[in-house]
Design a protein. Structure first.
Length: 338
């Protein structure tokens, strides 16, 4: 059975994909998936004595395609989101990967390692210190996880990594606190895409074979405007469901706007974005049970609240249109929040 999918990274309704069930006895995120369910709380202190307190909440993305983890910290009479991270297994490299945005405005993307009961990350140095940081999460029980942060010794030293913090997270429920807004700490690199954010785009159009499609797309910023979150809703009859969830950020190392997207149909997409005035071009690759394919999408802002676009697929004979002209019209009365 084939499902008509509205594939969006920035704005895209693209192709027909197979909606097949995942096979296999275990999720590729292994012990890390144990974070899902309830809330995790921790209290302790950094190596210098600075108090530490946090609340962690983890949830699955569409069809368990990724794990999203938010860490909250106390602030005034409430709390703020300290970090918002996405963890997944890349279908191309077969490696465990992450995208993490913090309230300082930093965005990090990379890979991590995992054993039966522990997850490990290596991060570059910060605040002018080139020594790397190592973060580990060891599951002591189903409801207790030990978080440890170590700093690499100076270059040329044979000494051990220095422990900066070691604190245990416990799964338990506590009274909810007021969530305070995080203020953007710096000018963001997604300014060229800001016009997408706010309200909801109602989508209509047709695929290359004439099949009519409809749905809606919402865009919002994450912890800070350094990451944009895109949600695509697919309409069948009178039923609307979340079909795709995408994340766009500025890749400092590569100097490009980069995006990843997960679907409820077993499709993972990854690509880069360029902007030229009112035209946004997305070049992306998809991985699905039907194989690996390359696409490019051309989106034009006709007015502030009306866009049109089309998608092409790369073939041996060149670029072939996948969609006819698609149209999105924004309504500012609903949507757009995270």
């Amino acid at each position: 059975m084939r499902t008509i999918a509205a594939a969006v990274a920035i704005l895209c309704l693209s192709t027909l994909v197979a909606a097949e069930e995942e096979a296999g006895p275990a999720h590729p995120l292994g012990c890390w998936a144990g974070l899902v369910g309830g809330e995790w709380h921790a209290k302790g202190a950094w190596e210098a004595g600075t108090p530490f307190a946090a609340r962690l909440v983890a949830e699955w993305g569409p069809e368990k395609s990724f794990l999203r983890v938010k860490i909250h910290i106390p602030a005034g009479d409430g709390e703020t989101v300290r970090s918002d991270s996405v963890y997944y297994r890349h279908p191309g490299t077969r490696k465990l990967a992450y995208l993490s945005a913090g309230d300082t405005g930093d965005v990090a993307a990379g890979t991590f390692e995992m054993t039966d009961d522990m997850v490990s990350f290596i991060y570059p140095g910060e605040d002018g210190d080139p020594r790397r940081l190592k973060s580990t999460w060891r599951f002591l029980t189903a409801d207790e996880c030990r978080w440890t942060v170590l700093r690499e010794p100076p270059a040329g030293s044979a000494g051990p990594w220095k422990k900066l913090i070691e604190v245990d997270y416990h799964r338990r429920d506590e009274p909810a606190k007021k969530l305070l807004e995080t203020k953007p700490p710096m000018p963001h690199r997604l300014a060229a895409l800001s016009r997408f954010v706010g309200g909801r785009f109602t989508v209509t159009g047709q695929l290359g074979d004439g099949t009519l499609v409809s749905g809606a797309i919402e865009h919002s910023f994450g912890v800070t405007p350094q990451v944009m979150i895109s949600k695509t809703f697919v309409t069948r009859g009178e039923v609307e469901t979340l079909g795709f969830l995408g994340f766009t950020w500025w890749d400092v190392g590569a100097g490009v706007l980069r995006m990843i997207e997960f679907s409820a149909y077993g499709v993972f997409s990854e690509g880069t974005i360029t902007v030229d005035r009112d035209t946004v071009v997305l070049a992306f690759r998809t991985w699905s049970k039907k194989g690996v394919k390359d696409y490019r999408q051309w989106t034009i802002f006709e007015t502030r609240d009306r866009i049109s676009w089309y998608v092409e697929e790369k073939t041996e004979a060149g670029w072939k249109p996948v969609t006819e002209r698609m149209v999105g019209v924004r309504s500012r009365e609903a949507g757009g929040g995270e």
